[in-house]
Design a protein around this ligand. Sequence first.
Ligand code: G6P
Length: 369
Amino acid sequence: EQIEKGGYDHFMLKEIHEQPKAITDTFRGRMLADENIIKMSSVQDNLDKFLNANRIIIVGCGTSWHAGLVGEYLFEDLARIPVEVEYASEFRYRNPIITDKDVVIAISQSGETADTLAAIKLAKSKGAFVYGVCNVVGSSIARETHAGAYTHAGPEIGVASTKAFTTQITVLTLIALKLGQANKSLSDERFKNYIQKMQLIPSQIQKLLNIDSKVKEIAAIYKDAKNCLYLGRGFNFPVALEGALKLKEISYIHAEGYPAAEMKHGPIALIDENMPIFVIATNKGHYDKVVSNIQEIKSRAGKIIAVVTEGDVTVKEIADHVIEIPETEEALTPLLTTIPFQLLSYHIAVMLGKNVDQPRNLAKSVTVE
Ligand code: G6P
């Protein structure tokens, strides 16, 4: 096992560090940056289904559901196709309205999650076209779907999903870009720009991983917190949910993710000097509004750890700690903002002596209801 961990103390840490390579593998053969082409035969062969769909319904569980939420922002923004995202477990039992004009995208790392598999069977029985985004090759979900794309993240052993999440988002981004190009929602210029920026993501993550020691210092300060709040807006709202989930899963600290603007409808009542609040405040999406959220937290003595874009000035002055991410397009920021939260949860769990790779009560893949 020590050999399999490749010199890292835990699989989770190894898998966090594998993300630049994993995403490069996800791109391979699909993103031809020099030619400005996205080649995905599973999408190309079914282009009419995607482009004529009434809507896309994305189903998944846990972290895969969070990737689906990022997918909603991506498909709507880049390809102007309406999207709904559903927990597979809710979808399958609520007599959903599905027709043969719907496209269902099922996301699953393992390809074996019982609820997601059942949701696929239901969607197929109603005539929908079902597309899978799986990591495990030859898995039940990969076999049950009409078409699909593998994430190519390689084996993920840590129960808390890391590289599977970022590669799921990568696949969804490639599909959204391809559809946006095909239906002309994206001009040639915007499409090219996205491809160029996408290509930089693996090296940007590589660079970002150097923040590890800084994140470790932050982890040491907040490891004894009883409750934490994660806030983000737009593309980074799902990242807030995923950040909170990572902390819950492996450190057993209660954490909630919220869209930043919803803070005033509840979580603000919880804020005091004992409450660490992790805020994604990158310089694009609604920056000014997030800054005012941060000011509201500050005036209630909450502790602020902000994820900002390199060179940020405003948030730096207010927040207790800042973590900088490299500059990219707003739609691509989830691939970067996720990284500090993965490291933070990892370090807190290690400091608290928890079983990082196999947290209590959780399974890597939930094959029963
Ligand atoms: C379990 C795992 C999570 C995962 C979820 C969905 O809860 O612990 O990490 O996100 O199942 O799994 P899937 O394999 O369908 O992505």
